[in-house]
Structures are given as structure tokens and as C-alpha cells.
Design a protein around this ligand. Sequence first.
Ligand SMILES: [Zn+2]
Length: 321
Amino acid sequence: MKLLAALGLLSVLGNCLWQTANAAPVRQPEPLLLVIESEGENAPEPVLQLQTDGGVIGIDMDEYLSCVVLSELPASFALETMKAQTVAARTYTCRAIMHGKHTDADLCDDPACCQAFHTKDKLRERLGEAFDAAWEKATTAVSETEDTILCSGGEPIEAVYYSCSGGRSEDAVAVWGGDVPYLRSVESPGEEFAPRFESEVSVSFSAFCEALRRASDAVSFSVLPQDWIGKSTFTRGGAVETIRLGGAEFRGTQVRKIFSLPSAKFTVSVRGDAVLFSCRGYGHGVGMSQYGAEAMARAGKDWREILEHYYTGVEIRGSED
Ligand SMILES: [Zn+2]
């Protein structure tokens, strides 16, 4: 009998757990081994527990991954991009299980917290006539990368990703403050076809001042509006690291959050009676760029090359490794 992909996944996860001397996973390996030992024709279908708006649902790992791929990526994206996305999503899932990210479930369906997820029925509704071909492609991406995850030091990596970098990805340390050796800034060319490669956010003077006053006691808007905007420093990825606004210093990530900007890669100017943020990219910029991955696939690169490009020095491991 063909080993169920999720059992293989748990086997990979089990290996990772055993080989990680310093990891302190919340979930112990014993139950995983029990699942693997129960393998056979009548083995129970392995399920993930997923927190949704309608409560916790159980879902087969392969179906979950196919749904994530079509929830995260446009259905028109190349098979190689979908394979890279599958391996990143499977790795992310493994790590979430290991570290017990949620207490009542393995993951949730909120892309701002875990990974985007729509049910198969919802995807059918959203994609209409394109659904059958898209589902076929996503399930192929899942089956042809069966059991494969990304590891570093014997442990599933933090396989983070986002829509579009705006030309170069970010060092994890620049965004989240902790250095992660495989999450390093790399070039991400060819993303210009992304709908949100460049965008503008306009904020009225009053909303701008009020939001910054709420964020910092140190701001002052007594000078002319064009003098509200001071010097910036930049990360290796090209995002704003720090910027002076209203005489106070803010981090670029903080400004992104305050004004709901698509990314921290922005310039600021005064236009008329509003402050204009001109932005590049969409998302936090750490790890794999989905549009950058698609650009690589269109240039003939395969899913392994895509993953090796965005996750520096990681091992691509299947259950046989
Ligand atoms: Zn979550």
C-alpha cells in the first residue's frame, strides 16, 4: 500500500524531532511513532486540526496543502511555483505541529497568523470553471513533492513567505529582530508583473498626525508639513529601517503597521494636503517571494532551485533521507 503522505510527513517530522538535540517541542515523538506503527489498509486517515471561523475542523494533510496552495497563489501560477509553495507550506505545518503554535488546533486559517486556507468547496466557488484544472495542478504539486520538507540542523525551518518583495527580500533580523541564518536578504528579480509590485497609500494630514501622536509622545507637528518628514535609514533588503516623522524616530515596520502599508519598502512625500506613501512589494519580505518564485519558474527554474534561492543553505529532505 502506498504510504499516506501525511504518515510520511509525520515520519520525517519524527526524524527531525529525534535529531534535534536542543529542540523542546511541545508535542512529544511517541504519539507520532504510534501513528506510524498503525500504518496499514485500515489505518485511520491522518488529520490536521485546523482552527477556522466555524470552529476546529479535521482535515487530511494532502487536502490541506492543496487548499493552501490555491488559497495562497493565483491558479494560473506554474506547477514548479506550486511545488515550491507546497514544500514551504508543508514545512511550515510541520514546525507549527512541533512547536504547538495553537493550543486547540495545529494551525489556523488566518494568513496573518499561519497560512491562507479556503476549503475545497470554497475554492470551487471562487475559481468557477478554472477549478478542476487548478485542483489537478495543486494536487500534482503535493503528490510530486510527497513527504518533502526544508530542514536546517535536522529541524524543519521557519518557512515563511509573502506575496512580493519589491525586488529584494529582507533579512529576518531586520524585520523581527532575531537572526535566522537561512532567512537572509536575496535578490528577487522579475516581480514587476505582480499587481501590488508598486502601490500608493495617501493619508490626510489630520489622520497622519493623529496616528503618529497615538504611537509616540515625542512627535511634534509645529513646523511646515514638508518638514514633518525627516531622514530614513534602510535595511539590506531596501526597506525603511528607521525614519524620522514629526521629529520622532520610528521603525519602518512600525510605520507599516500604523498606516496599514503593503510593505515597509516605502518613500514618503507631501502631496497637496495629504502624506503619500509610495510602496514597493507586498508582505513582510522575509523568506520566499511568491511572485519572485513565479518569475523564477517562468525563467525555467525548478522548485528546488526556487527554494534554495530564497532559503539560504537549507536541506531539502524527503522521508527517505
Ligand atoms: Zn494561526
